[in-house]
Design a protein around this ligand. Structure first.
Ligand code: ADP
Ligand code: MG
Length: 480
């Protein structure tokens, strides 16, 4: 397969649905909270009863504009809603309100690893309900499915990329960056496992050097970044095999089965005309004034790319900057600590070191701990003033997370402050030298690597509290 791969070029375009974090639905006052009793958030509007009218939620539009701006899109002065007709048990109205030819965002892009990926458009739409199939949720053996319409009417922004990606790595990087963006601007929690962000991957292959794209298959049901990559890799091989055997790839929707590690045909792909789109007669076209767009632009927080650049300007490596930006909780905490004047390099070492390790071990977020930015900044200042050593800092940071206690109070209580007083250190150094005559002789005979042994002994005597530089200097002086 590897050598066959060289003959083909892969083309990928992603459609990503981001669930917008509004309190109420896109056209109805029902709540959007996850995990409520089935069918408890279902007004007549959500149920699609005859005679009810949708009313557009302004916050949905705000979030749509904010996302569009973050994705470098144009926000046209006018957009409109359309009906997309199809039958499905989780869609009692028989149609979904979406946007067809006049979406809220057009012509954008994002950069991944120095490459620009075009964004064709992003449009607002309502989500459908959920089917609970027999066998799931304690219905084992039953021969029916249940419909839960709580999710129906939840606002979605569908972000459609250009077919600009050429590998599963690029598709993953694009998806990860998109998730970073929607999370940082606060419009979506970006949780793939829970489905608040969903991705359909369109994949085709063509002979290397060709200008004409092949027929695409659309893969649904990928619930993680690694599943996305696996699904794409599988699909590339499947299509190459078909073409190598003289067959043709058919345009269809396929489902990824992450346990079986394969895609299966789900249905032939509809063309747009099959949906009989027409303008939604119950909603006016939406006029978006330039003032409205400007107002939202003014509220734009720092985007992930700018954050990474800023961190690199502070001396962080590109890798460290990316890793911290991926973990939004840690990045926001880091920013707070920086605002308090802490030295970036020391702060990042704590955050990406002891703190990140502890959070991972406990499966919690930084906000679940009692550590405050003020307390970390104070700890760092104690290290910089030589009140404590870096090592002592590493020892007490976990306690600070667990108890919320200030570094200075832990240091005082446990007598951890660094011994910087020369005469005190000198006394210990002398004691260690006197107690080890053999080593002293060897050292003087040229075995200078024994210096480490003496430093270790002094540190042991002082429980790690002696200032390391003073210890080194004094040892050299006394040992001659
Ligand atoms: P639909 O809803 O019918 O799937 P969309 O226009 O919403 O159509 O999405 C089409 C997606 O497929 C876009 O992300 C686009 O970049 C991608 N795409 C189009 N043609 C190809 C192709 N030949 N190979 C791979 N991806 C493609
Ligand atoms: Mg599609």
């Amino acid at each position: 397969m590897e050598s066959l791969r060289d003959k083909y070029e892969v083309v990928i375009g992603l459609e990503v649905h981001a669930q917008l974090k509004t309190k109420s639905k896109i056209f109805a006052p029902d709540g959007t909270e996850f995990g409520k009793e089935p069918n408890s958030q279902t007004s007549p509007i959500t149920l699609g009863m005859p005679g009810v009218l949708p009313v557009l939620n302004r916050e949905v539009v705000n979030m749509g504009i904010l996302t569009g701006l973050a994705l470098n899109c144009e926000i046209p002065e006018r957009c409109k809603f359309d009906r997309k007709q199809y039958f499905y048990p989780d869609l009692p109205k028989g149609y979904q309100i979406s946007q067809y030819d006049e979406p809220i965002c057009v012509n954008g892009y994002i950069n991944i690893k120095g490459k620009r990926i075009g964004i064709t458009r992003a449009h607002l739409e309502e989500d459908a309900g959920k089917l609970v199939h027999a066998g799931a949720d304690g219905l084992a053996g039953s021969s029916y499915s249940l419909v839960d319409l709580n999710r129906a009417g939840t606002p979605l922004l569908e972000i459609v990329s250009e077919p600009d990606m050429r590998s599963s790595d690029e598709a993953r990087a694009y998806m990860e960056e998109l998730r970073n963006i929607v999370r940082y601007i606060g419009v979506c929690d970006g949780n793939l496992e829970e489905g608040s962000m969903r991705c359909d991957a369109n994949i085709s292959i063509m002979p290397k050097g060709s200008k004409t794209f092949g027929t695409r298959a659309e893969i649904k049901n990928v619930n993680s970044f690694s599943a996305l990559q696996r699904a794409i890799e599988y699909e590339i091989d499947r299509q190459i095999e078909i073409v190598e055997e003289g067959g043709e790839v058919v345009q269809e929707t396929r489902l990824w089965d992450d346990n079986a590690r394969e895609t299966k045909s789900m249905r032939g792909k509809e063309d747009a005309h099959d949906y009989r789109y027409f303008p939604e007669p119950d909603l006016m076209p939406l006029q978006i004034s330039r003032e409205w767009v400007q107002e939202i632009k003014d509220r734009m927080p720092e985007l992930p790319e700018a954050k990474r650049q800023r961190y690199m300007g502070l001396g962080l490596s590109e890798y460290d900057a990316s890793v911290i930006v991926e973990q939004m909780g840690l990045a926001l905490f880091f920013d707070e600590v920086l605002k308090l004047g802490a030295t970036p390099k020391i702060a990042v070492n704590f955050i990406m070191g002891e703190i990140a390790a502890y959070l991972k071990e406990e499966h919690i977020e930084i906000t679940d701990t009692k550590l405050t930015p003020e307390n970390l900044a104070e700890l760092i200042s104690l290290i910089e003033k030589n009140t404590i050593s870096n090592n002592i800092g590493k020892q007490i940071i976990i306690d600070m997370m667990k108890t919320g206690e200030k570094a200075s109070s832990i240091v005082e209580k446990r007598g951890l402050s660094q011994i910087t007083d020369e005469s005190a250190i000198k006394a210990v150094v002398q004691k260690v030298v006197d107690a080890n005559p053999q080593q002293v002789e060897a050292y003087k005979g040229g075995k200078t690597q024994l210096l480490g042994f003496f430093v270790g002994q002094v540190m042991k005597e002082t429980k790690g509290r002696a200032n390391p530089k003073a210890v080194n200097d004094l040892l050299k002086e006394i040992l001659g």
